[in-house]
Design a binder for this molecule. Structure first.
Ligand code: FES
Length: 143
C-alpha cells in the first residue's frame, strides 16, 4: 500500500510544527518499536485548545499523523481532543500502510500526555479525566 496524497502532503508541509514558549501543557511520548519521539504542546484558554504545536524525531507517517492531529484538535475543547483516536486521524489522511499504523498512535498519545500535563499544572489529578495513555492494538508492537 502506498501513501495517500494527503499523507504525502502533510509530510511535505506539516502544520503546526515547532516549539511553543507560552504553552499550557506539554507531553512527550516515545515509540519503543522504533525509538521515535513525539512532543506536543497545547495552549488552553477556558476549555478550548487555542494553539497546538509538535516536534518529532519521527518518520514521515508520524509527521503526517501529528500534523493532521494538530489540525483536528485546534480550536476544539479538551474533551473533544481527548476523543480523537489514531483511527480517526488515519481516516482523515485516507489511511496508512498497515506497518505504519503504530506511528499514528504517537500523536494520540502525545495529545493525551499534553492534556495530562495541563491538568497536573492546574493541581488537578488527570487520571480520572484523561485515563491511561492508549496502547497500540493494531500491530502488536507493544506501544
Ligand atoms: Fe517510528 Fe514511524 S517508524 S514513528
Amino acid at each position: 500500500m502506498a501513501y495517500s496524497e494527503k499523507v504525502m502532503e502533510h509530510f511535505a508541509n506539516p502544520r503546526n510544527v515547532g516549539e511553543m514558549q507560552d504553552y499550557s501543557g506539554v507531553g512527550e511520548v516515545g515509540n519503543p518499536k522504533c525509538g521515535d519521539i513525539m512532543r506536543m504542546y497545547i495552549k488552553v484558554e477556558g476549555d478550548i485548545i487555542t494553539d497546538v504545536s509538535f516536534m518529532t524525531f519521527g518518520c514521515g507517517a508520524a509527521i503526517a499523523t501529528s500534523s493532521m492531529a494538530t489540525e483536528l484538535i485546534k480550536g476544539k475543547t479538551i474533551g473533544e481532543a481527548l476523543k480523537l483516536t489514531n483511527k480517526a486521524v488515519m481516516e482523515a489522511l485516507d489511511g496508512l500502510p498497515p506497518v505504519k499504523v503504530h506511528c499514528s498512535v504517537l500523536a494520540e498519545q502525545a495529545i493525551k500526555a499534553a492534556v495530562s500535563d495541563y491538568y497536573t499544572r492546574q493541581g488537578i489529578d488527570p487520571t480520572p479525566i484523561v485515563g491511561s495513555i492508549p496502547e497500540c492494538e493494531e500491530c502488536g508492537c507493544g506501544l
